[in-house]
Ligand binder design. Structure first.
Ligand SMILES: Cc1cc2nc3c(=O)[nH]c(=O)nc-3n(C[C@H](O)[C@H](O)[C@H](O)COP(=O)(O)OP(=O)(O)OC[C@H]3O[C@@H](n4cnc5c(N)ncnc54)[C@H](O)[C@@H]3O)c2cc1C
Ligand SMILES: NC(=O)c1ccc[n+]([C@@H]2O[C@H](COP(=O)([O-])OP(=O)(O)OC[C@H]3O[C@@H](n4cnc5c(N)ncnc54)[C@H](O)[C@@H]3O)[C@@H](O)[C@H]2O)c1
Length: 453
């Protein structure tokens, strides 16, 4: 028997969960299909538990900064409270009952299992078939990608999913991949006493960010004793039952644990996309400004390739909901997508990097200021590494991109994200008043560094 609903949501990442609830609250009949945990990667394996790790690691680092500034300190790292907090406060031992009840409380029918499109506007889950009168919303997210390295398969390597379930900090760890996941985890574990080596295939850490950001993170990591190997591509991995050995360019690096953080693959295989004219082998599901992917199909989140961030998933969810409900609104714009890498210093960025702007043939100039040269940086002293870099379109006189790296870099970014999003004139940024002595006041110096006229 086919069950009739208005919308079937397949995959309940942050955006799918939010959209299902909103559609149900708007009076639609919604079936929401989830094969793992309601809420997806972010609350259980990604944003929330990793930021708890980062917060704890930051406390340790601040403890180390006391000598010379506020007395003496003896810091003894202990992973136990971190693991307990992740287990008890963040994930309820990886149990989504609270989220599931919240969703069904909004009137959503939660269907546990793997959803598959079996015809236009039709989804099958373990033998149950749903007909979606208005359509299907896809939010199936990504899974850790496993690089094709000889010997890797079958070894007990970690991805983010195992790392957040760690009950102790390992003695040593190789982090394969120097992207966002890799650098956040590398520093957090290192501060808990793990001897960490990052092996990055690219010629720099965080290759999607400004080169100055990559350099800053590398400098801080090396100062903290984290090994950073760039331009190094592993060709073989061995595991002897106790230890991993990563072989690369004739070199062998050994450690107790191996964390693979080499990117993500979209969960599109087996989704039945061929029934709606989409390609399950694509790197992303193409969407228009209203998140429509095909007739009767909307897609949101990581699978759309517009930035793998919870805030993008939620932003797109709101647009898809509006469109499904037939309401008018602005189409999606990705001009001012903010992103924060939660290392210490934090790397906050919005819009285009200088290189991306130049690749688009935009005439740009840049302004940069070191935070240590600002009043607040001077006061802050220990741990004041960072900078602000602005990328201005000289044609339009507005910022098209900005980076705020440093203590609270992600918070300083707020002001810059507003400037990029609203296309505030640089002349206006020159004339406004910045509170003294804040870190964000360094924006004024960076604006001055852009030059006049
Ligand atoms: C370690 C780590 C840290 C991160 N930290 C941050 C951060 O600090 N800030 C930030 O903004 N972003 C962060 N991210 C990214 C963030 O986790 C994702 O962008 C976010 O989860 C949004 O993903 P999504 O909405 O596409 O869906 P996901 O969260 O990936 O969820 C998709 C859901 O769909 C389900 N599913 C898949 N296929 C099916 C199917 N056929 N049937 C039923 N269900 C299915 C899955 O089980 C899953 O629950 C981090 C990522 C990682 C890996
Ligand atoms: N703070 C945040 O918002 C946050 C935190 C973590 C993740 N995320 C999101 O999740 C996404 C995925 O993160 P990620 O770090 O897994 O992927 P990524 O694509 O950001 O980085 C993967 C890195 O691995 C390297 N790499 C690829 N193959 C390799 C190999 N064989 N050996 C060594 N290095 C290799 C690449 O050069 C790349 O820099 C991010 O792009 C981001 O959008 C966000």
């Amino acid at each position: 028997m086919t069950e009739e609903v208005d919308v079937v949501v397949i995959g309940l990442g942050p955006g799918g969960e939010d959209a299902a609830g909103r559609l149900a609250e708007a009076g639609l009949a919604v079936a929401a299909v989830e094969s793992r945990l309601v809420g997806g990667e972010c609350p259980y394996y990604a944003c929330v538990p990793t930021k708890m790790m980062v917060r704890a690691a930051g406390l340790l680092a601040d403890g180390e900064r006391i000598p010379g500034m506020a007395g003496d300190s003896a810091v003894r790292p202990d992973w136990t409270p971190v693991a307990a907090r992740i287990r008890d406060e963040a994930t309820d031992s990886w149990d989504d009952t609270v989220a599931a009840d919240r969703l069904t409380g909004k009137g959503v029918e939660l269907v546990r299992g793997r959803g598959r499109i079996t015809a236009p506007r039709e989804v099958t889950v373990d033998g149950r078939t749903f007909r979606a009168r208005r359509g299907i919303l896809l939010n199936t997210g990504t899974s850790p990608a496993s690089p094709p390295i000889e010997g890797l398969d079958g070894t007990p390597y970690w991805t983010n999913r195992e790392a957040v379930q760690a009950t102790e900090a390992p003695a040593s760890m190789i982090v394969l991949g120097g992207g966002v996941v890799g650098v956040e985890m590398a520093q957090a574990f290192s501060r808990f006493g793990t001897r960490v080596t990052v092996v990055q295939a690219d010629d720099r850490l965080l290759p999607r960010e400004e080169p100055e950001s990559s350099e800053l993170v590398r400098t801080v990591f090396e100062r903290e004793g984290i090994g950073v190997r760039t331009d190094l591509r592993s060709d073989r991995v061995a595991y002897d039952g106790h230890e991993f050995t990563v072989h690369a360019d004739g070199e062998a690096i050994a450690a107790d644990r191996l964390l693979v953080a080499t990117g993500r693959r979209p969960n599109l295989r087996g989704l039945g996309l061929e029934h709606v004219g989409l390609d399950e082998d694509a790197r992303a599901v193409p969407v228009d400004g209203n998140m429509r992917a095909a007739d009767g199909v909307w897609a949101i989140g990581d699978i759309t390739g517009k930035g793998q961030f919870t805030h993008v998933s939620m932003y797109q969810a709101a647009i898809a909901v509006r469109d499904i409900l037939g309401e008018e609104g602005s189409p999606a714009s990705y001009r001012a997508v903010p992103r924060v890498t939660f290392t210490d210093p934090e790397i906050g960025a919005v819009g285009l990097t200088e290189a991306q702007a130049r690749d688009q043939n935009l005439p740009v100039r840049t302004g940069t200021v070191e935070l240590s040269n600002s009043s607040r940086g001077f006061i802050h002293k220990s741990g004041n590494d960072g900078f602000i870099k602005l990328v201005e379109s000289t044609e339009w006189g507005v910022l098209v991109g900005a980076t705020a790296a440093g203590p609270s870099g992600g918070e300083i970014l707020g002001a810059l994200a507003v400037a990029v999003h609203t296309e505030a004139k640089v002349t206006a940024l020159r004339e406004m008043i910045y509170a003294y002595p804040t870190f964000h006041r360094a924006i004024e110096s960076a604006v001055a560094d852009l030059g006049e006229g």
